[in-house]
Design a protein around this ligand. Structure first.
Ligand code: ADP
Ligand code: MG
Ligand code: MG
Length: 889
């Protein structure tokens, strides 16, 4: 027989490298145990056991025995038995997946309490109240998560008990009142499940473990994973931990600590503490917490020990850590740590601080930030200098928990947030405090505002994870979800649908729409603010420098105008990778295009082209000036001609109503050019081959602009790019003609022009015959938008609105292939074409233009594929530079 799979690891056996198997929580509990930190003993059931259970619907055969063996060891070590005897051992049963999913799965505390052991616990602790409080918590948590009874059934009974006792919070309930509450809770269980609350501790344990396994597939957890792009097949581990008690009186308590401020990244002591409470109370925002620093006076010894522990953890993990701890009658216990979620600003600041401290090197610092975070720092912010007057009516100030400037209609529940957002409205979700059921509302909202809870509250943690603006703990506000209003301290009422603005940096809440200004980071990229504006800008500057030093990919811009080109240059572009010429045919020039299309003789056509030529030439002259010394890839006209003509229906109506000769002629042309599938029709190189003189005119304009710039002392570097080539023959014809025109311009201007001519690779056939095409192309630029359309057979203009939602929902893909390159399909063609192109023409220049060029994940793909450059919109350039650096780091 083969040796049985190990499904259970003692904390002393694991380490942080086993995160796949033990989950983040389990692996880090093991790691902290190894570091000698005060972690209560316990063991972890692996994700592998969970996967087996989810696959087969039953726990693996040997699991029960393995748990028994570890439980025995735990009991021997503690000298106590689970839920038995004079001094019963209690445990928690905790979920914990590879990636942190805060509050999305289940945990049950106080397992082992029964009608018998609750009395023993009371006697042992010398505290009746504590024992009954723990028992009611167990039945409540177990009832909800294991037995599936909705939480309100218990919450309502607590409210009743509180009201009857005239108690403001549940800590004021006496032992007798809690005992009575336990009886009522047990009644709820009996009525709802048809049997009494389980009195066998081991049965409690096994059922709780199974419930945690099941919680992996709960709605909340699934939604969160989709949002965070966490795979659905990982499963969760389950940690069983000896209980320690923060609810043993005023010298006990529980808290959360961060080694740095997760909102700003600044160093210091950050966290929340709640005396006489058990774990969940802190994050649930049920009672108001106190700042962690208050612990320095309340319990100096534990506080000092906590600070030392935080230092040990930060140096060990070399990163911001967050920590859950409990103090039981003056003894500190560490219950969890993980590398903490942080805002974008904090990520940049912390990476640079750790770099300065010598804890990490430059490459590691780059890996600690992301293009997505940089994008967030480039969002506009509220015009703070004018906060007093322009900023609208100030309603309150809360805690800036997740930065950003959010404006939207106030809504008071998750469903309304989802509905209004789906109708295209911007909303701010306003809650007393959020809980995991609010997740879809939080996802739909521009911003989140809560009246209760600190920086570690559910709202704050989840918002930071999602990068959504959040103000929490605005305690001056009274939120009334039933009336759908919020009321300020001075009695101002804001009703559902009214626009409010929240500032996730300062915590300010305003009525109305506050104007926004560019972020300091954008001003720095624009060159209007120096790098030493503040420590955040300095951190961005530092990491951009690192990225530029290590990256191999060049970053070019998609830019069609001199203004865009100039901005792109300021943002660090190494040239233009895609200049679309179609906009140069719109506006007033539309009539010239019409003349070109309507031309009935060569003379008429040539006259139209001759009128367009100088306009095109001026466009290019400006562009080459803005990008002087850097390459500018000009794509010849790509879209179908009918895009420049009036709409067929409109025009038909017009002609029918008033018979106009010109319109009638136009209508004939529109009909002639009308196509069922214009994106697969007469466009790109096909247009160039079929409309005599069109490409010739464009090539001439480019060449003449270059000659002029050269004569004026500039260094123009145009490159001509032919779109939608499917076969080398198309390219050969265009090339021959282009070379003839360029030679003519050279002759006329008495100058030498060096204008590379290349092609887009955006059809599967082009990718598959890239070797042949390379014979005639000086460069390739992958047009991954069209390539994605044609490889998948997706019409980009239609599918995103029609069935992509369902596809994402079903997990067919985790993200739209138009957003992040489909590495397996489209990417495989890119790789094939690169190999064939380079084999046919060593030194062939390779780039990508299209949306993917600015998408972080895709940039990593293009780096690995060996492209020379990516090209993206000007605002994405810093993001692409950073990601190109990260890819090489
Ligand atoms: P989550 O992943 O939602 O944070 P946890 O498993 O960390 O869930 O547990 C919820 C709360 O219960 C936390 O505050 C945690 O510190 C506390 N807790 C968990 N296990 C124990 C224990 N053995 N003793 C005391 N408190 C615990
Ligand atoms: Mg936790
Ligand atoms: Mg295209």
């Amino acid at each position: 027989a083969t040796t049985a799979t190990t499904y259970v690891y003692d904390f002393a056996e694991g380490h942080k490298g086993l995160v796949d198997l033990l989950g983040g929580k389990g692996a880090n509990l093991a790691e902290m145990t190894r570091l000698g930190l005060p972690v209560p003993p316990g063991f972890t059931i692996t994700t592998e056991a969970c996967r087996a259970y989810l696959r087969t619907g039953a726990e693996p055969d040997t699991l029960h025995a393995q748990v028994s063996a570890h439980l025995d060891a735990l009991e021997r070590r503690m000298g106590r038995r689970l839920g038995q005897g004079d001094d019963p051992l209690l445990v928690s049963v905790r979920s914990g997946a590879k990636f942190s999913m805060p509050g999305m799965m289940d945990t049950v505390l106080n397992i082992g309490l029964t009608d018998a052991s609750v009395t023993a616990l009371a006697r042992q602790a010398g505290d009746e109240r504590f024992a009954w409080d723990s028992y009611r918590r167990l039945i409540q948590m177990f009832g909800r998560t294991v037995l599936g009874i909705e939480g309100d059934a218990f919450e309502d009974l607590i409210d009743d008990a509180r009201r009857a006792a005239g108690a403001a919070t549940d800590v004021e309930l006496t032992a007798d009142q809690l005992r009575a509450l336990v009886e009522r809770f047990k009644d709820v269980v009996r009525v709802r499940t048809g049997r009494g609350f389980p009195q066998d501790p081991r049965e409690q344990l096994d059922l709780a473990v199974r419930a945690v396994f099941d919680s992996w597939n709960g709605d909340r957890a699934r939604l969160y994973r989709r949002q965070e792009r966490i795979p659905h097949d990982l499963g969760t581990a389950v940690s069983v931990v000896a209980m320690v008690f923060g609810n043993l009186g005023p010298d006990s308590g529980t808290g959360v600590a961060f080694t740095r401020d997760p909102a700003t990244g600044h160093q210091g002591v950050y966290g929340d503490y709640l005396a006489n409470a058990q774990g969940e109370d802190v994050v649930a925002g049920i009672r108001n917490t106190v700042p962690l620093a208050d612990l320095a006076t309340a319990d100096p010894a534990c506080y000092a020990q906590l600070l030392r522990t935080m230092e040990v953890l930060e140096n060990h993990y070399r990163d911001l850590c967050d920590i859950e701890f409990t103090i039981e009658r003056g003894t500190l216990w560490i219950l969890q740590t993980r590398v903490g979620k942080r805002t974008a600003a904090a990520a940049f600041r912390i990476a640079v601080q750790l770099l300065d401290q010598g804890l990490i090197d430059e490459r590691e610092a780059l890996r600690r930030v992301s293009g997505g975070q940089l994008a967030r720092l480039m969002f506009p912010r509220f015009a703070t200098e004018a906060a007093g007057d322009v900023a609208g009516e100030r309603l309150a100030t809360g805690i800036g928990a997740s930065p950003g400037a959010a404006v939207g209609a106030a809504v008071f529940d998750s469903a309304t947030a989802v509905a209004r957002a789906a109708a295209g409205e911007r909303v701010i979700l306003v809650r007393r405090e959020t809980n995991p059921d609010d997740l879809d509302g939080m996802l739909a909202a521009q911003g989140i505002l809560t009246a209760r809870g600190g920086k570690t509250s559910h709202a704050a943690v989840v918002a930071r994870g999602m990068g959504t603006t959040c103000v929490c703990g605005a305690e001056e506000l009274r939120v009334d979800p039933a009336a759908r209003t919020l009321t300020t301290a001075d009695g101002t009422v804001v009703a559902e649908g009214e626009v409010i603005s929240i500032d996730g940096t300062t915590g300010a809440v305003h009525r109305g729409e506050v104007p926004v200004v560019p972020s300091a980071v954008v001003e720095y990229f624009e060159g209007t603010a120096p790098a030493d504006t503040d420590d955040l800008v300095a951190a961005v500057d530092r990491l951009m420098t690192c990225a530029d030093r290590v990256r191999r990919l060049d970053v070019r811009a998609n830019a069609d105008t001199a203004d865009d080109a100039a901005r792109a240059r300021r943002f660090g572009a190494a040239g233009i990778g895609l200049c679309r010429t179609e906009h140069m045919f719109l506006g007033e020039r539309r009539t010239l295009v019409e003349r070109l299309i309507l031309a009935e003789s060569d003379d008429e056509r040539e006259a139209a082209l001759a009128a367009l030529l100088p306009l095109q030439r001026d466009d290019f002259t400006d562009l080459f000036a803005a990008m002087d010394g850097l390459p500018v890839t000009v794509r010849l006209l790509d879209p179908p001609l009918h895009e420049f003509l009036p709409d067929l229906t409109d025009l038909s109506v017009r002609v029918a109503l008033a018979h106009d000769v010109h319109d009638a002629r136009l209508l004939t042309a529109v009909r002639r050019l009308h196509e069922r599938n214009p994106m697969l029709g007469l466009r790109g190189v096909r247009l160039g081959l079929l409309v005599p003189g069109l490409f010739t005119m464009q090539v001439r304009a480019i060449a003449e602009a270059a000659a002029r710039r050269g004569a004026a002392g500039g260094a123009p570097r145009p490159e001509i790019m032919i779109p939608l080539v499917g076969t080398v023959q198309e390219l050969e014809i265009v090339r021959e003609e282009a070379e003839r025109v360029v030679a003519e311009v050279e002759r006329d201007h008495g100058t030498r022009l060096d204008i590379p001519l290349g092609t887009m690779i955006e059809l599967p056939r082009a990718a598959l015959t890239a070797g042949q095409i390379a014979e005639s192309a000086d460069f390739f630029s992958f047009g991954t938008n069209d390539l994605t359309q044609t490889v998948w057979g997706f019409s980009r203009d239609d599918v995103e609105a029609s069935f992509f939602g369902a596809y994402l929902e079903k997990g067919i893909f985790g993200v739209s292939p138009f957003e992040t390159i489909d590495a397996d399909g489209v990417g495989a063609l890119v790789t094939t074409a690169i190999a064939a192109g380079r084999a046919a023409r060593p030194g062939l220049k390779l780039g990508v233009c299209g949306e993917h060029g600015g998408d972080p994940e895709s940039v990593h793909f293009f780096h690995a594929a060996g492209l020379d450059y990516v090209s993206c919109s000007p605002f994405r350039i810093p993001i692409a530079r950073l990601e190109a650096g990260r890819a090489a780091a």
